[in-house]
Design a protein around this ligand. Structure first.
Ligand code: NAP
Length: 266
């Protein structure tokens, strides 16, 4: 039996177990994906314990994504982002990866969005914003980061290659010349709000929302009305899981099956 899982607190109704277990069925892998909710002070013991028990891989979610950097060997991308969402236990020591960044990039590529040489606006500079900004810059985009707390956007722009920080009031001007915009704020989650004025959207944009509850956010409705390409938050969620599964098993993930399992529960 292969055991994988996720640690977070609270872990709530995670969408990852059905998504990963659907993949194990398709791959004929006898596996289970288990949720764990350690107390924050027990993080190191939880990671060491998972390693000792032969768990092969774990995802990491709030509030552990940053603190777990202290207890694993993080790869270059996760170190630069400052967060780990995937631990691989196959080596002599646990290694940390950030598949949110690659997940966002694969979601955009899956929708035929050209990244090399593009101009991309990331709205938000929290955990998701950091991962997406680094992912876009590594993929060859010039990145503008706009955040409610403008100083956080400037701090992030200092470490992301070719990036510039802004406040949200610059959005209309930034989007006029942009190819891609990604909402990486929590605005729109469980509410009918948008962080981007509808009038700033246009038909030459690809608009991706990291928010996946609801799937069709107000931002994506506004974007569709403006004739933009729209990419909902489940795509990033899907591809971060796909990447994690591929790291753990070394096999190509059954993307369609995982997508169906995920969307079935959203
Ligand atoms: P976070 O670290 O707490 O960051 C929240 C971000 O939202 C910050 O930039 C914050 O700006 C901004 N924000 C919050 N309320 C705002 C408001 N009323 N107006 C404008 N900006 C506001 O959260 P996170 O982990 O980055 O998550 C952000 C969203 O992405 C959540 O909805 C989460 O579910 C989603 N997410 C999706 C995926 C996926 O795979 N699809 C992965 C990760 C996260 P300040 O700096 O000014 O506070």
């Amino acid at each position: 039996m292969h055991v994988f899982g996720i640690i977070g607190n609270p872990i709530g109704h995670s969408l990852s177990p059905p998504m990963h277990e659907a993949a194990y069925d398709e791959l004929d892998l006898e596996g289970r994906y288990v949720t764990f909710e350690p107390e924050p002070e027990d993080l190191e013991a939880a990671v060491d314990g998972a390693d000792a028990l032969g768990i092969e891989g774990m995802n990491v979610t709030i509030p552990f994504k940053q603190d777990v950097l202290e207890v694993v060997d993080a790869d270059d991308l996760a170190t630069r982002i400052g967060a780990v969402n995937t631990i691989d236990f196959s080596g002599p020591t646990p290694t940390g990866h950030n598949t949110d960044a690659v997940g966002a990039i694969r979601a955009l590529r899956d929708h035929n969005v050209a990244l090399e040489g593009s101009t991309a606006v990331v709205v938000g500079a929290g955990g998701a914003g950091r991962a997406i900004a680094f992912g876009l810059a590594d993929a060859g985009a010039t990145v503008d980061i706009a955040n409610r707390t403008e100083s956080t956007a400037h701090e992030l722009a200092e470490v992301v290659p070719d990036a510039t920080g802004h406040g949200l009031e610059s959005l209309e001007e930034l989007l006029a010349d942009a190819d891609i915009v990604v909402n990486a704020t929590s605005v729109g989650m469980e509410t009918d709000e948008t962080p981007i004025p509808a009038g700033a959207l246009h038909g030459d944009l690809a608009v991706m929302d990291a928010v996946y509850r609801p799937l069709e956010t107000r931002l994506l409705r506004d974007a569709a009305a403006a004739g933009a390409t729209t990419i909902d938050g489940a795509w990033m969620l899907l591809y971060q899981g796909v990447e994690a599964l591929e790291i753990w098993t070394g096999e190509d993930a059954p993307v369609e099956t995982m997508n169906e399992a995920l969307r079935h529960r959203l």
